[in-house]
Design a protein around this ligand. Structure first.
Ligand code: ATP
Ligand code: F6P
Length: 430
């Protein structure tokens, strides 16, 4: 990462790691600030003045410790993408990183966040910096002033990425992606990361997720298909506009995305917003098991039934899909969601689990087992470093399609011990 303080570098780094984990690409952030805190937990702005020799020595030591750990992490084969998260705001520092990486056979991609909009910087300081561990126990106003002084010290020496560094691979995000400069991208993975970065924005917004109303197949405990919604599903479809209104709180216009299957389209039909159908939102394809109940799957394909329980994320139905396959086909949906503002998605159990897992950072071994009930609207609001979750339940009964490991019951009551959608923080601490 490259950029002055409070330019969203750590946030961008954390989002990229979350996105890569979701795609099964092992990634890790090495935050130099965290290393610096072991020796200097609560520095004041003068610490970052380059004429402060002791400060310079300690900062250099922190960067070295971080890069050493990063190189070790690569050498031990623990991951594919590391993010070296620091300001790296002068050319000499970037050259040092480039040389260290080259010596280790690591490709580099410098990502600069450049932003001169004072109002954004100020709101960033107030949103995340006054509560940073650097200012623990301090008055927020004093902390904000000190952080502004810290930025001034960085500004004195800051060098943006430019033509002198044309041999480096870099992407420069200017004013939160309003302009983007890309230089020397070398491979597919780099271009995917760059494309993801280009889609990020920080406007306030929410994402609403709902399963379709209870379907006739749900009543019979059957998988897949393209059934109509049941009478109770119809009641949910009629209740949904009210539930959405209650959850939106203001007059915001949403866009509704459904799958191409009847049950989601029927569920969304009373919503008076623009609607879009996505094939990519169709339910996980259960192949030869489409139209069967779990009990029938166990009877006809006993080995598959057990194999799926052993590794539900990776298990691919004969002639169908795995959760891993679904994540791959959902990637364009995630990109489009990142670009968009207020979207309501009406989709299916497995698809909703995958989308939810992306936003809430749910690990692969848990996500396919999450209990996401019917007739419930979930509202996710991304905040800096976390995602706020709210649930709005319609008071309309429905069967439970949740299945515990080992069970082939037609309908189960979700057990309290099963992982359900109750987490409230999607990204962890910064
Ligand atoms: P530091 O150098 O002090 O670690 P940082 O650059 O890592 O600072 P963050 O802690 O990530 O900054 O700042 C998070 C804030 O930045 C959030 O309020 C977020 O909304 C905002 N933000 C995210 N992306 C950008 C961007 N591209 N430009 C400016 N601000 C951004
Ligand atoms: O039971 C409803 C349903 O949407 C099926 O169509 C689909 O196969 C299933 O849920 C996915 O859930 P699981 O992966 O837990 O079987």
């Amino acid at each position: 990462m490259v950029g002055l303080p409070a330019r969203g570098k750590s946030l961008i780094a954390q989002k990229v790691v979350r996105y890569l984990h979701w795609l099964s690409i092992p990634a890790k952030t090495f935050n130099v600030g965290q290393y610096r805190r072991t020796e200097t937990p609560t520095p004041s702005a003068e610490f970052f003045d380059t004429s402060n020799t002791e400060g310079e020595r300690l900062r250099r030591a922190a960067a070295e410790a971080a890069i050493n750990d990063m190189c070790k992490w690569f050498r031990e084969g623990r991951g594919l993408i590391a993010i070296f998260d620091a300001t790296n705001s002068v050319k000499s520092r970037r050259r040092w990183i480039q040389d260290r990486c080259q010596a280790e056979g690591i490709d580099t991609l410098f990502v600069e966040s450049k932003c001169d909009d004072e109002s954004i910087i100020m709101s960033n300081i107030l949103e995340v910096k006054t509560t940073s561990p650097d200012y623990v126990g301090q008055d927020p106003e004093v902390a904000a002033q000190d952080f502004r002084d810290r930025i001034r010290n960085y500004e004195k020496v800051y060098q943006t990425l430019d033509e002198d560094e044309a041999d480096l691979t870099y992407v420069k995000l200017i004013d939160v992606g309003k302009h983007v400069i890309i230089n020397g991208i070398k491979d597919y993975l780099q271009s995917r990361v760059v494309y993801y970065l280009m889609n990020l924005h920080i406007k306030p917004r929410s994402i609403w997720l709902s399963r379709h109303g209870e379907s006739r197949y749900n009543l019979e405990g059957k998988l897949g298909g393209d059934a109509d919604i049941s009478d109770r599903g119809e009641m949910y479809a009629r209740a949904l506009p009210g539930l959405v209104k209650q959850s939106v709180g203001d007059g915001r216009q949403l866009t509704v995305w459904t799958s191409t299957l009847k049950r989601t389209i029927q569920t969304a039909r009373f919503l008076s917003f623009e609607k879009l159908e996505w094939k990519a939102l169709d339910e996980l394809d259960s192949g030869v098991c489409d139209g069967l109940t779990y009990a029938e799957v166990e009877e006809r394909y006993p080995e598959d039934f057990v194999a799926r329980d052993e590794d539900k994320y990776n298990y691919r139905y004969l002639g169908g899909e795995s959760y891993r396959d679904v994540v791959i086909r959902l990637e364009p949906i995630i990109m489009e969601l990142e670009r968009s503002e207020n979207i309501l998605i009406v989709t299916h159990q497995a698809i909703l689990r995958c989308i939810y897992a992306y936003f809430m950072n749910v690990p692969q071994e848990r996500s396919p087992w999450m209990d996401i009930p019917l007739h419930t609207l979930i509202k996710l609001t991304p905040k800096a470093y976390s995602t706020l979750e709210e649930q709005f339940k319609a008071d309309i009964p429905a069967v439970s399609t949740f299945r515990e490991k080992g069970s082939s019951a037609k309908h189960q009551h979700s057990s309290g011990s099963s992982p359900s959608v109750t987490a409230s923080n999607g990204s962890g601490a910064h």
